[in-house]
Design a protein around this ligand. Structure first.
Ligand code: S3P
Length: 173
């Protein structure tokens, strides 16, 4: 069984996936990390700078396909992963998809406070970032919202989100 967490950059996919995997005793997979390993890159920004977003998306799809063989894993996908080609359909065929839903404002505020370099938002001031998140989220929402489970995460600490999702890995709350 594989659980795929989907949602916008900054919604907490990695933290929630790690927490859920720990509770379940399952593997935690960070899709971006695996893509970087495959590319021999330090981080996502390096792949974008070296080979462009298209190459990053090609590798991302390859890694999604490789997860067809995974067993008992919780996967944090990258924010754009479900929104390219038929990736969302593929994720839904391979496992249980969960959308960590957050408003543009909450996402913007979280993105302002993280240190990870995200090539798609680098260099934007708070106002530009809010505009960007609002419009990109509107484009992506139709993909994310196809997920089998949708969790409203605005103002909810990750540990509470994790606890709400425990049932998916057969653990009582
Ligand atoms: C991206 C999100 C990132 C990473 C890449 C592109 C996106 O993952 O895959 O920088 O297009 O939203 P996170 O959602 O983990 O930041």
């Amino acid at each position: 069984m594989v659980i795929f967490l989907v949602g916008f950059m900054g919604c907490g996919k990695s933290t929630v996936a790690r927490g859920l995997a720990e509770i379940a005793g399952w593997d935690f997979v960070d899709l971006d990390r695996v893509v970087c390993q495959r590319a021999g890159a330090e981080d996502v920004a390096e792949i974008f700078a070296r080979s462009g977003e298209e190459e990053f998306r090609r590798l991302e799809r390859e890694v999604i396909e490789s997860l067809a063989f995974a067993e008992n894993a919780v996967v944090a996908t990258g924010g754009g992963a479900p929104c390219v080609g038929d990736n969302m359909e593929r994720l839904m065929a391979l496992g249980t998809t969960v959308y960590l839903k957050m408003s543009p404002l909450a996402l913007r505020d979280r993105l302002l406070h993280v240190r990870v370099v995200r090539p798609k938002i680098v260099g934007k001031n708070p106002e530009e970032l809010l505009d960007y998140v609002t419009s990109l989220l509107a484009e992506r929402e139709p993909y994310y919202s196809q997920a089998r489970v949708v969790v409203d995460c605005d103002g909810i600490p990750s540990r509470v989100v994790i606890s709400r999702l425990r049932y998916l890995v057969g653990r009582r709350g």
